[in-house]
Design a protein around this ligand. Structure first.
Ligand code: UD1
Ligand code: CA
Length: 453
């Protein structure tokens, strides 16, 4: 009987010098989540698994992040970056299983699909062979080339070590490799570093495996699923690939994008059926958009829950902690933050609603501001159901507007307003009859007198 055990080793100790960054490479974000977060999500298998993360020294931020996502992860430190094979070797003390499969994945290939990795592990378990993931590269420069003999992989040759003929091979190694656990440690012991980079290459395991009588199979996936990130240009390219994938998935589930290429999603964006998203809309992390919602052009949303049939934008800025009710309406140049806009309420133009509740059916006039901050503390504004806030009002929090109350335009409200009352908090209008005509007459006569000189 073969063991179902699966150990996953994630290699993330490389400094990623070509990123030219203070941030370790695997913490650079794609679709609002660190690359490593994508890898951790794609290697969360439902079976007897163990995950080991290999980091470099001084990479506490990487291990802290990984533990925050997967508290049970084992972290090992590779003291010197002597290559991917050496990195895999540092994980060995954490892999007690001598049966089952060891799956090695790279922290800088964030787009690989969970099912691809699972299929590789299954194929390795069933066949007892090494299984590697390859892809046809549009531009193979820099990647390890997969050299085949029939349907068997003979070896992988790194770009820097490859002959001109070998470099013409477009089948490249993507990073993931599944190895029968019983052979993993022994094969790693055999690695040398006699190559162009003086490194211990994980990729040499293939040739060593064949020498030891193991077969090696290459399964393939599209380049967009396995492209590696070594530079900022690669990061942008991986971002574009993931955006395309997520948009396609959303459209397949019943979302309309008026111009898909201009909409940016986060890794966790939830869009219901019959959601319509206009041009140039950006979703930051934490958005949950229910069925039938319309989001018009140039809106930016993050950390927001939007209920059925609400209507947002154009040019709306929806910040974290916003909840928008059914059929509510948020119009142009409106900013919300930690705000509960209840069912059917309307905030149609040029308003800031922060640390506030806007009750069901309330109407917030143009230019309304919740003054929620005194430079030190934040205060709450509570606007009751059915209230009508006249345009250009400032609500100085903490303050409560009762249900059904009316506020005169241009009010600066500093005291609570009772339900169904009218409150007007502004200078009273007065009138001087004929004042303007007298003013003009006086000034015209002065002008005439001085030009006659
Ligand atoms: C590697 C492969 C190459 C493959 C490509 C796919 C090797 C020798 N080469 O090349 O065949 O086509 O990935 O993207 O494996 N790392 C460590 N410790 C080290 C060195 C690297 O943990 O000492 C980690 C890095 O953080 C990275 C991963 O291993 O996440 C891959 O290393 P990298 O240096 O990016 O390898 P590539 O040159 O891209
Ligand atoms: Ca790489």
């Amino acid at each position: 009987m073969t063991s179902n055990a699966l150990s996953t080793v994630i290699l993330a100790a490389g400094k990623g010098t070509r990123m030219k960054s203070r941030l370790p490479k695997v913490l650079h974000e794609i679709a609002g989540r660190p690359m490593l977060g994508h890898v951790l999500a794609n290697t969360r298998f439902e079976r007897d698994t163990r995950t080991v993360l290999v980091v470099g020294p001084d990479m506490d931020r990487v291990s802290d992040y990984a533990r925050s996502v997967r508290p049970d992860i084992a972290v090992v430190v590779q003291q010197k970056q002597l290559g991917t094979g050496d990195a895999a070797r540092t994980a060995l003390p954490e892999l007690h299983d001598s049966d089952g499969v060891v799956l090695v994945v790279f922290g800088d290939t964030p787009l690989v699909r969970a099912e691809t990795l699972e299929n590789m592990a299954d194929a390795c378990r069933k066949s007892g062979s090494i299984v590697i993931l390859g892809f046809e590269a549009a531009d193979p420069t820099g990647y390890g080339r997969v050299l085949l003999e029939g349907d068997q992989v003979q070896r992988i040759v790194e770009h820097k070590d490859a002959s001109e003929g070998e470099r013409r091979t477009t089948l490249c190694f993507g990073g993931p490799m599944a190895v029968p656990a019983g052979h993993f440690g022994k094969l790693l012991e055999g690695l040398g570093n006699d190559n162009a980079q003086g490194e211990y290459y994980l990729t040499d395991l293939v040739a060593l495996g064949r020498d030891a009588g193991l077969d090696c199979i290459c399964v393939t996936c599209p380049e967009a699923d396995i492209q590696g990130v070594n530079s900022r240009a690669d990061l942008a390219s991986a971002e574009a690939s993931l955006q395309r994938r997520m948009r396609a998935e959303a459209m397949a589930k019943g979302v309309t994008f008026l111009d898909p290429e201009t909409v940016y999603l986060s890794f966790d964006t939830k869009l219901g059926r019959d959601v319509t998203v206009g041009q140039n809309v950006v979703f930051g992390p934490g958005c949950d958009i229910a069925d039938g919602v319309t989001i018009k052009a140039f809106s930016h949303l993050e950390g927001a829950a939007v209920a059925e049939d609400a209507d947002i934008g154009p040019f709306a800025r929806i910040r974290p902690g916003t909840e928008i009710g059914r059929k509510a309406k948020i119009g142009n140049f409106v900013e919300t933050k930690k705000a509960k806009i209840e069912d059917g309420a309307k905030v149609n133009h040029l308003s800031y609603i922060g640390d506030a509740r806007v009750g069901a059916g309330a109407n917030i006039g143009a230019g309304t501001i919740t003054c929620n901050y005194d430079g030190y503390n934040k205060f709450f504004t509570d606007i009751g159901a059915g209230a009508f806030v006249g345009s250009n009002s400032s609500l100085v929090a903490p303050v409560k507007i009762g249900d059904g109350a009316y506020l005169g335009s241009g009010s600066v409200v500093t005291k609570d307003v009772s339900a169904d009352a009218l409150a007007v908090a502004r200078g009273r209008q007065m009138e001087k009859p004929g004042w303007a005509a007298a003013f003009r007459a006086k000034n015209e006569s002065i002008k005439k007198a001085s030009s006659g000189d």
